[in-house]
Ligand binder design. Structure first.
Ligand SMILES: Cc1cc2nc3c(=O)[nH]c(=O)nc-3n(C[C@H](O)[C@H](O)[C@H](O)COP(=O)(O)OP(=O)(O)OC[C@H]3O[C@@H](n4cnc5c(N)ncnc54)[C@H](O)[C@@H]3O)c2cc1C
Length: 350
């Protein structure tokens, strides 16, 4: 568990914003390395012996840029891949005052240059199973199947798997690069379809580590939001109801949607999808373009030339560059058209 000073130096050498990436957890570390200031971190000094009870992997100072699609983000104090639900419960029941951040595929995130203080949990190694069960058919034409998917399953994988099985419902979401847990948290959507419309039940952990299963009627799904009747610690499993359909028709639809994305989104550069929500009566991308900001950059963070609602990382962009650019876009769009753009991406450690 203890990360050697040498390892820390290696991570430091690979960090993007070197003035902030390396943070001290012990008083006896030097205050500077190669002329760069090391920030003192005090948040994880209390007893973490309970981490030894976990079966899953526990990492210290894991650099989060390698876990985000924008390729930005400093270290997490503690990064855990829980092995199973019991591990996840141990984390929530023992974390005490240490904040816990649930990381999905990191495709809708801007993580700060100094990283995230506390515990970051990733379900992507172990929460990956999918089960299909035929539901009693109402009629010959209306045959439904219940899909149980763990929160760490990728949405795109589930869409392709269900398409192969001749199950329709997820094809519009096949190009969304996140996990099912993240998609549910965001009520991700595309082409007029939102994941919330397919949900039957959700199993989650409360912040106290208790397991609860709730049905769709208990969740208030909105545009890129889902409101639960009580605080949520982690989404663990989702049950979706899908209809049967000819697999060729479904797969053709998926191919069409993926093609459209390739032509309209900057998929060749690190990004985090749409940065801003679309106002009710306008498209954020068009508003940004009309404000003359397409291609505008701060540091290596730029407004994509292909889609103005995407910020791309052209190499060594920092979270600071991106937040500055977001503020500038909001100011310029407000001045130009009067619209107040609300951000869609989630800030973590900022
Ligand atoms: C190229 C590209 C295209 C995109 N296109 C779309 C699109 O068409 N439509 C759309 O809606 N989005 C789109 N996105 C954004 C993103 O893919 C979705 O919002 C996705 O659902 C986020 O899932 P994630 O697993 O990456 O979540 P993360 O980005 O890791 O996290 C997002 C939020 O969900 C929370 N979270 C994640 N997992 C859990 C869990 N198990 N329990 C509780 N909370 C959790 C996190 O704490 C965070 O608050 C796109 C992104 C990219 C990069």
């Amino acid at each position: 568990m203890q990360v050697s000073w040498k390892q820390r130096l290696i991570r430091y050498a690979h960090a993007k914003d070197q003035s902030k990436a390396l943070v001290r957890t012990r008083w006896d570390f030097p205050k500077t390395v190669l002329g760069h200031r090391i920030i003192l971190r005090e948040s994880m000094n209390s007893n973490l012996d309970w981490l030894q009870k976990l079966k899953g992997d526990v990492l210290r100072d894991e650099m989060l840029y390698s876990h985000t699609s924008l390729r930005i983000g400093g270290p997490a104090d503690v990064f855990i891949y829980p092995k199973d639900l019991n591990d996840l419960q141990i984390i929530f029941k023992n974390a005490g005052t240490h904040p816990i951040f649930l990381l999905g595929e990191g495709t809708n995130l801007l993580v700060g240059d100094a990283g995230i203080r506390g515990i970051v949990v990733s379900l992507k190694n172990s929460f990956r199973s999918v089960h299909e069960t035929e539901l009693p058919s109402v009629s010959e034409e209306n045959q439904r199947v219940l899909i149980k998917a763990d929160a760490g399953v990728k949405t795109s994988y589930l869409a392709k798997r269900t398409a192969r099985l001749g199950l329709t419902g997820l094809e519009e979401l096949a190009g969304i690069p996140g996990s099912i847990g993240g998609s549910l948290h965001m009520n991700a959507g595309a082409e007029g379809k939102e994941i919330g419309t397919l949900v039957k039940q959700v199993t989650l952990l409360t912040p106290d580590g208790d397991i609860k299963t709730i049905s769709k009627e208990d969740i208030k799904f909105g545009y890129r939001s889902a409101i639960y009747p009580f605080p949520v610690g982690a989404i663990v499993e989702v049950q979706l109801e899908l209809d049967k359909e000819n697999p060729v028709i479904i797969q053709n639809k998926i191919a069409g949607y993926l093609d459209k994305r390739k032509n309209t989104q900057p998929l060749n550069l690190p990004n985090s999808g749409s940065v801003f929500k679309n106002p009710v009566d306008a498209k954020a991308g068009k508003l940004i373009e009309d404000a003359g900001l397409k291609g505008y950059s701060i540091g290596d963070a730029g407004i994509s030339l292909k889609h103005a609602n995407f910020i791309v990382n052209k190499g060594n962009a920092t979270a600071r560059d991106v937040t500055k650019l977001i503020k500038l876009v909001q100011k310029e769009v407000k001045e130009h058209s009067g619209y107040e753009l609300e951000k869609e991406i989630i800030f973590a450690g900022i």
